[in-house]
Design a protein around this ligand. Structure first.
Ligand SMILES: [Zn+2]
Ligand SMILES: [Zn+2]
Length: 290
Protein backbone atom coordinates (compact mmCIF):
# COMPACT_ATOMS: atom_id res chain seq x y z
CA UNK A 1 0.00 0.00 0.00
CA UNK A 2 1.51 3.37 -0.92
CA UNK A 3 2.02 6.03 1.74
CA UNK A 4 -0.80 8.34 0.66
CA UNK A 5 -3.44 5.65 0.37
CA UNK A 6 -2.26 4.13 3.67
CA UNK A 7 -2.72 7.51 5.36
CA UNK A 8 -6.20 7.86 3.87
CA UNK A 9 -7.17 4.39 5.05
CA UNK A 10 -5.78 5.13 8.51
CA UNK A 11 -7.88 8.26 8.73
CA UNK A 12 -10.90 6.28 7.53
CA UNK A 13 -10.31 3.78 10.32
CA UNK A 14 -9.54 1.02 7.83
CA UNK A 15 -5.96 0.64 9.03
CA UNK A 16 -5.27 0.04 12.71
CA UNK A 17 -1.50 0.31 12.62
CA UNK A 18 0.80 1.89 10.06
CA UNK A 19 4.55 1.29 10.31
CA UNK A 20 6.89 3.52 8.29
CA UNK A 21 10.58 2.71 8.19
CA UNK A 22 12.26 6.10 8.52
CA UNK A 23 15.82 4.84 8.52
CA UNK A 24 16.91 1.40 7.36
CA UNK A 25 20.63 1.99 7.77
CA UNK A 26 23.10 0.99 10.47
CA UNK A 27 26.21 2.62 11.97
CA UNK A 28 27.87 2.20 8.55
CA UNK A 29 27.08 5.43 6.63
CA UNK A 30 24.93 5.07 3.53
CA UNK A 31 23.88 7.80 1.09
CA UNK A 32 20.38 6.30 0.79
CA UNK A 33 19.62 5.00 4.23
CA UNK A 34 19.12 7.08 7.35
CA UNK A 35 19.99 5.61 10.73
CA UNK A 36 17.73 3.17 12.58
CA UNK A 37 14.34 4.70 13.26
CA UNK A 38 10.72 3.67 12.67
CA UNK A 39 7.46 5.60 12.86
CA UNK A 40 4.38 3.78 14.18
CA UNK A 41 0.98 5.41 13.73
CA UNK A 42 -1.75 3.65 15.68
CA UNK A 43 -5.08 5.39 16.13
CA UNK A 44 -4.38 8.76 17.72
CA UNK A 45 -0.84 7.75 18.67
CA UNK A 46 2.26 8.61 16.68
CA UNK A 47 5.32 6.86 18.10
CA UNK A 48 8.92 7.27 17.06
CA UNK A 49 10.91 4.10 17.71
CA UNK A 50 14.61 5.04 17.97
CA UNK A 51 16.21 8.21 16.60
CA UNK A 52 18.99 7.34 14.19
CA UNK A 53 20.92 9.54 11.79
CA UNK A 54 18.66 11.83 9.73
CA UNK A 55 15.46 10.95 11.57
CA UNK A 56 13.86 14.39 11.48
CA UNK A 57 14.25 14.71 7.69
CA UNK A 58 12.68 11.29 7.18
CA UNK A 59 9.85 12.07 9.64
CA UNK A 60 8.95 15.16 7.65
CA UNK A 61 8.98 13.11 4.46
CA UNK A 62 6.51 10.78 6.17
CA UNK A 63 4.30 13.75 7.03
CA UNK A 64 5.12 14.13 10.71
CA UNK A 65 6.92 16.96 12.52
CA UNK A 66 8.48 16.39 15.94
CA UNK A 67 5.62 18.41 17.47
CA UNK A 68 3.27 15.74 16.10
CA UNK A 69 4.88 12.94 18.11
CA UNK A 70 2.93 11.35 20.95
CA UNK A 71 6.09 9.72 22.29
CA UNK A 72 9.60 8.59 21.51
CA UNK A 73 10.41 5.01 22.50
CA UNK A 74 14.00 3.77 22.57
CA UNK A 75 14.99 0.10 22.22
CA UNK A 76 18.50 0.68 23.55
CA UNK A 77 21.13 3.33 23.94
CA UNK A 78 23.61 2.41 21.20
CA UNK A 79 24.62 5.59 19.40
CA UNK A 80 23.17 4.60 16.01
CA UNK A 81 19.71 4.41 17.62
CA UNK A 82 19.85 7.71 19.54
CA UNK A 83 22.24 9.97 17.66
CA UNK A 84 19.57 12.39 16.43
CA UNK A 85 17.51 12.47 19.63
CA UNK A 86 19.01 15.93 20.13
CA UNK A 87 17.48 17.07 16.83
CA UNK A 88 14.06 15.66 17.78
CA UNK A 89 14.27 17.44 21.15
CA UNK A 90 15.38 20.81 19.80
CA UNK A 91 13.03 20.84 16.80
CA UNK A 92 10.06 19.85 18.97
CA UNK A 93 10.97 22.58 21.46
CA UNK A 94 11.46 25.48 19.03
CA UNK A 95 8.28 24.66 17.09
CA UNK A 96 5.97 24.56 20.11
CA UNK A 97 3.78 27.55 20.89
CA UNK A 98 3.53 26.64 24.56
CA UNK A 99 5.42 24.41 26.94
CA UNK A 100 4.80 20.87 25.68
CA UNK A 101 6.60 17.98 27.33
CA UNK A 102 8.11 15.41 24.97
CA UNK A 103 7.49 11.92 26.32
CA UNK A 104 10.45 9.56 26.02
CA UNK A 105 10.33 5.89 27.04
CA UNK A 106 13.43 3.76 27.14
CA UNK A 107 15.43 1.26 29.17
CA UNK A 108 17.31 2.30 32.34
CA UNK A 109 19.98 4.80 31.30
CA UNK A 110 17.56 6.82 29.18
CA UNK A 111 17.31 9.58 31.78
CA UNK A 112 21.12 9.83 31.82
CA UNK A 113 21.20 10.14 28.03
CA UNK A 114 18.46 12.78 27.96
CA UNK A 115 20.11 14.76 30.76
CA UNK A 116 23.40 14.70 28.83
CA UNK A 117 21.74 15.75 25.56
CA UNK A 118 20.07 18.66 27.34
CA UNK A 119 23.41 19.62 28.87
CA UNK A 120 25.02 19.56 25.43
CA UNK A 121 22.29 21.93 24.24
CA UNK A 122 22.60 24.38 27.15
CA UNK A 123 24.30 27.10 25.10
CA UNK A 124 21.84 26.70 22.22
CA UNK A 125 18.92 26.93 24.60
CA UNK A 126 20.29 30.13 26.11
CA UNK A 127 20.81 31.70 22.66
CA UNK A 128 17.21 30.98 21.73
CA UNK A 129 15.70 31.97 25.08
CA UNK A 130 17.61 35.27 24.92
CA UNK A 131 16.61 35.94 21.30
CA UNK A 132 12.91 35.03 21.27
CA UNK A 133 10.75 36.95 23.75
CA UNK A 134 7.86 34.53 23.32
CA UNK A 135 10.05 31.50 24.04
CA UNK A 136 10.29 31.55 27.80
CA UNK A 137 10.46 27.86 28.67
CA UNK A 138 13.21 25.28 28.18
CA UNK A 139 12.70 21.95 26.46
CA UNK A 140 10.79 19.69 28.82
CA UNK A 141 11.45 15.97 28.41
CA UNK A 142 9.28 13.56 30.36
CA UNK A 143 11.37 10.38 30.65
CA UNK A 144 9.95 7.04 31.75
CA UNK A 145 12.44 4.22 32.11
CA UNK A 146 10.85 0.86 31.37
CA UNK A 147 11.75 -2.80 31.59
CA UNK A 148 10.37 -6.16 30.51
CA UNK A 149 6.77 -6.69 31.64
CA UNK A 150 5.98 -2.98 31.80
CA UNK A 151 3.04 -1.69 29.78
CA UNK A 152 1.77 1.78 29.07
CA UNK A 153 -0.76 3.55 26.90
CA UNK A 154 0.03 6.27 24.39
CA UNK A 155 -3.28 7.83 23.35
CA UNK A 156 -5.36 4.82 22.25
CA UNK A 157 -2.38 2.55 21.57
CA UNK A 158 -1.26 -0.03 24.11
CA UNK A 159 2.46 -0.71 24.41
CA UNK A 160 4.03 -3.72 26.13
CA UNK A 161 7.76 -3.91 26.81
CA UNK A 162 9.65 -7.15 26.22
CA UNK A 163 13.20 -8.26 26.96
CA UNK A 164 15.60 -8.67 24.07
CA UNK A 165 19.18 -10.00 23.99
CA UNK A 166 21.84 -7.71 22.53
CA UNK A 167 24.51 -8.59 25.08
CA UNK A 168 26.97 -7.27 26.03
CA UNK A 169 24.69 -4.25 25.52
CA UNK A 170 22.36 -4.27 28.54
CA UNK A 171 19.54 -3.40 29.03
CA UNK A 172 17.72 -3.65 25.70
CA UNK A 173 13.99 -3.94 25.04
CA UNK A 174 11.47 -4.33 22.23
CA UNK A 175 8.00 -2.82 22.01
CA UNK A 176 4.75 -4.59 21.17
CA UNK A 177 2.32 -1.93 20.01
CA UNK A 178 -1.37 -2.84 19.87
CA UNK A 179 -4.33 -0.94 18.49
CA UNK A 180 -7.68 -1.95 17.07
CA UNK A 181 -6.82 -5.64 17.22
CA UNK A 182 -3.60 -5.19 15.21
CA UNK A 183 -0.12 -5.75 16.61
CA UNK A 184 3.25 -4.39 15.52
CA UNK A 185 6.41 -5.80 17.14
CA UNK A 186 9.46 -3.51 17.07
CA UNK A 187 12.39 -5.66 18.05
CA UNK A 188 15.46 -3.45 17.82
CA UNK A 189 18.87 -5.12 17.88
CA UNK A 190 18.71 -8.64 19.31
CA UNK A 191 19.56 -12.24 18.76
CA UNK A 192 16.73 -14.78 18.92
CA UNK A 193 15.55 -15.34 22.50
CA UNK A 194 12.44 -16.19 24.51
CA UNK A 195 11.65 -12.51 25.09
CA UNK A 196 11.77 -11.85 21.35
CA UNK A 197 9.40 -14.76 20.69
CA UNK A 198 6.94 -13.31 23.22
CA UNK A 199 7.31 -9.84 21.71
CA UNK A 200 6.45 -11.16 18.25
CA UNK A 201 3.87 -13.85 19.10
CA UNK A 202 1.11 -13.66 16.49
CA UNK A 203 2.08 -10.12 15.44
CA UNK A 204 0.76 -8.68 12.20
CA UNK A 205 4.02 -6.81 11.61
CA UNK A 206 7.45 -7.79 12.98
CA UNK A 207 10.27 -5.32 12.32
CA UNK A 208 13.72 -6.83 12.84
CA UNK A 209 17.16 -5.26 12.54
CA UNK A 210 19.34 -7.71 10.64
CA UNK A 211 22.81 -8.45 9.40
CA UNK A 212 23.93 -10.76 6.60
CA UNK A 213 26.04 -13.23 8.55
CA UNK A 214 27.47 -14.79 5.38
CA UNK A 215 28.69 -11.44 4.02
CA UNK A 216 30.00 -10.20 7.37
CA UNK A 217 31.94 -13.44 7.92
CA UNK A 218 33.67 -12.92 4.59
CA UNK A 219 35.22 -9.61 5.67
CA UNK A 220 38.59 -10.06 7.43
CA UNK A 221 37.98 -7.30 9.97
CA UNK A 222 37.70 -8.14 13.66
CA UNK A 223 35.49 -5.15 14.48
CA UNK A 224 32.94 -6.40 11.95
CA UNK A 225 33.27 -10.01 13.13
CA UNK A 226 32.41 -8.80 16.65
CA UNK A 227 28.87 -7.84 15.57
CA UNK A 228 27.96 -11.41 14.58
CA UNK A 229 27.17 -12.48 18.12
CA UNK A 230 24.63 -9.81 19.05
CA UNK A 231 22.46 -9.30 15.97
CA UNK A 232 19.87 -11.47 14.25
CA UNK A 233 21.00 -12.73 10.89
CA UNK A 234 18.44 -12.58 8.09
CA UNK A 235 17.95 -16.33 8.47
CA UNK A 236 17.37 -16.00 12.21
CA UNK A 237 14.80 -13.24 11.59
CA UNK A 238 12.96 -15.65 9.29
CA UNK A 239 13.15 -18.39 11.92
CA UNK A 240 11.80 -16.06 14.63
CA UNK A 241 8.98 -14.93 12.34
CA UNK A 242 8.01 -18.55 11.64
CA UNK A 243 8.23 -19.64 15.27
CA UNK A 244 6.19 -16.65 16.47
CA UNK A 245 3.56 -17.02 13.74
CA UNK A 246 3.80 -13.43 12.49
CA UNK A 247 2.08 -12.31 9.31
CA UNK A 248 4.65 -9.91 7.88
CA UNK A 249 8.39 -9.74 8.54
CA UNK A 250 10.02 -6.38 7.84
CA UNK A 251 13.81 -6.28 7.47
CA UNK A 252 15.83 -3.16 8.36
CA UNK A 253 19.25 -1.97 9.69
CA UNK A 254 21.19 -3.76 6.96
CA UNK A 255 24.80 -4.71 7.61
CA UNK A 256 26.46 -4.47 5.17
CA UNK A 257 24.32 -1.75 3.56
CA UNK A 258 21.85 -3.32 1.12
CA UNK A 259 22.51 -2.08 -2.39
CA UNK A 260 19.86 -1.82 -5.14
CA UNK A 261 19.43 -5.15 -6.89
CA UNK A 262 20.37 -7.25 -3.84
CA UNK A 263 16.85 -7.34 -2.35
CA UNK A 264 16.01 -10.83 -3.60
CA UNK A 265 19.19 -12.29 -2.07
CA UNK A 266 18.27 -10.88 1.33
CA UNK A 267 14.61 -11.92 1.02
CA UNK A 268 15.57 -15.47 0.02
CA UNK A 269 17.56 -16.01 3.22
CA UNK A 270 14.48 -15.22 5.33
CA UNK A 271 12.10 -17.03 2.96
CA UNK A 272 14.05 -20.25 3.44
CA UNK A 273 12.58 -20.31 6.95
CA UNK A 274 9.39 -18.20 6.80
CA UNK A 275 6.46 -18.60 4.42
CA UNK A 276 4.70 -15.31 5.24
CA UNK A 277 5.16 -11.91 3.63
CA UNK A 278 8.71 -10.51 3.76
CA UNK A 279 9.29 -6.79 3.23
CA UNK A 280 12.87 -5.76 2.42
CA UNK A 281 12.31 -2.17 3.48
CA UNK A 282 13.84 1.01 2.16
CA UNK A 283 13.58 4.36 3.92
CA UNK A 284 9.91 5.43 3.92
CA UNK A 285 8.55 1.97 3.11
CA UNK A 286 5.17 1.73 4.84
CA UNK A 287 3.47 -1.45 6.01
CA UNK A 288 -0.07 -1.53 7.37
CA UNK A 289 -2.21 -3.89 9.42
CA UNK A 290 -5.79 -4.10 10.59
ZN1 LIG B 1 22.67 -1.96 19.00
ZN1 LIG C 1 21.95 -0.87 15.79
Amino acid sequence: MCISSAAEHRMDGLVSIEVTLLGTGSPIPSPDRAGPSTLVRAGEATLLVDCGRGVVMRMVAAGVLPIGLSAVVLTHLHSDHITDLNDVITTQWVMTAAETPLKVYGPPGTQQVVDAVLRMLTLDQQYRLDHHDDLDYPPVIDVTEVGPGDAFDVADAHVVVHETDHRPVVPTVGYRIEHGGAVAALAGDTVPCAGLDQLCAGADIYVQTVIRADLVKAVPNQRLQDILDYHSSVEQAGQTAARAGVKTLVLTHYVPPLLPGQEDDWRAQAAAHFAGEIVVANDLTTVTAG
